[in-house]
Design a protein around this ligand. Structure first.
Ligand code: ZN
Length: 386
């Protein structure tokens, strides 16, 4: 078994594993796989696919929803693996495409997507290969999607809801940190508010009705209403309502707008629900303003396996913490089906910035945590090191 080491020793199997994970992560970072860059998404997808397909007893399914590809690798004959590892290969867009490369600085791989989540994807790819090479047909699957950064509707949601993909538990290294395991995530509502007015010449505004003051007054009432829900908790475990855009179709100086709209991002913990939050917003803004939802997700409990927590405790120097996250993840598509989700990850930082990073030692440590967990759960020895 692996002894607690910090940093992970730099010799023998760990050295080879580290070199492998660093090389794979850097290859993945080179591909600018942001939404809309279908060529790079496809290139990255094929790269991942080529690393998974050589094993007898592994079947690869290629799914597409609204032109968004997703890959599912399963042991043949098994539709519901005991463990499904899930990653996304898409990254956020940067206007300067020159930034899609990586460097090694102070023990970190620095580059777009290194932390979210190409380093973690590299880990899952190596885990998948090593377990399937050692134990052909083992009940471990890997799903790789390409639209997480734009909401996951055609990725994990599609696989779970439309394809019917299920598993005993899911590993999604897209939240938390090495010593922080996510147990709860806030719910999400993305809303569009629209106020409708009566256009008129702005020199005679009394002939029309201006939708802009109507909208801004409603937004102010919302601000006040949600301020009342703030509680003094270090992890901000209360509902928030944030105006993220505001505008009108009007492009004239001298005419009242026909409409004005705003978009809102709401995040909320239990006992609040999408229904109760929606009701609050409708109540506060009033009947004159139209409210439409683009994304709705209930708060989620991830129900992590205590064995995973125990193994994490054994392999890292810090005490493990179970944390609540304000942000949402693909876990929200699995938990409604009673599927437990294990969510922690290597040490990462500057997420979504060009100088995003992942710490190399923690790549190896996180690999060892997952390896121990898979071995324990599936009742096999950790695969022999190549
Ligand atoms: Zn992510």
């Amino acid at each position: 078994m692996w002894r607690k080491t910090s940093p992970v020793t730099d010799s023998g199997p760990n050295k080879r594993l580290r070199d492998r994970l660093v090389a794979l992560t850097r290859d993945l970072v080179l591909m600018p796989s942001y939404a809309g860059n279908t060529v790079a998404i496809r290139q990255c997808y094929e790269f991942v696919r080529n690393h998974l397909e050589e094993f007898p007893g592994v079947e690869i399914q290629d799914h597409v929803s609204a032109d968004v590809p997703s890959l599912v690798a399963l042991p043949s004959g098994i539709t519901k693996p005991d463990v499904l590892m899930i990653a996304h290969l898409d990254v956020v867009h940067h206007a300067d495409t020159e930034v899609y490369r990586s460097s090694i600085e102070e023990g970190r791989i620095v580059g777009p997507g290194a932390g979210d989540m190409k380093g973690a994807l590299a880990i899952l790819m190596v885990l998948f290969r090593r377990f399937h090479r050692a134990y052909p047909g083992i009940s471990v699957g890997l799903a790789v999607t390409t639209d997480e950064e734009s909401g996951g509707q055609h990725g994990v949601r599609y696989l779970v809801e439309d394809v019917g993909l299920r598993c005993g538990c899911a590993i999604i290294p897209d939240g938390g940190s090495l010593h922080e395991i996510t147990v709860e995530e806030k719910g999400i509502l993305h809303l569009k508010l629209t106020a409708t007015g009566t256009p008129s010449h702005a020199a005679r505004p009394w002939l029309g009705q201006n939708p802009i003051p109507q909208l801004t007054a409603a937004l102010e009432r919302l601000e006040l209403s949600f301020r009342g829900l703030v509680v003094d908790e270090p992890d901000h475990w209360y509902p928030t309502c944030t105006v993220t855009a505001i505008g009108t179709e009007n492009d004239a100086f001298n005419r009242l707008a026909a409409e004005a709209h705003a978009t809102l991002d709401l995040r909320f913990p239990p006992p609040h629900t999408t229904e109760s939050m929606m009701a609050r917003v409708r109540d506060v803004v009033g009947e004159q303003i139209h409210v439409a939802a683009a994304i709705t997700a209930e708060p989620t409990h991830l129900l992590p396996d205590p064995r995973f927590v125990e193994i994490t405790n054994q392999l890292i120097d810090q005490p493990t913490e179970l944390v609540r996250e304000s942000g949402g993840s693909d876990a929200r598509f699995l938990t409604p089906h009673g599927i437990p989700v294990l969510m922690s990850r290597p040490e990462v930082g500057n997420l979504h910035a060009p100088n995003e990073w992942i710490e190399i030692d923690s790549l190896v440590t996180y690999y060892r945590i997952c390896e121990s967990y898979l071995a324990k759960r599936l009742n096999v020895a950790p695969p022999a090191e190549p």
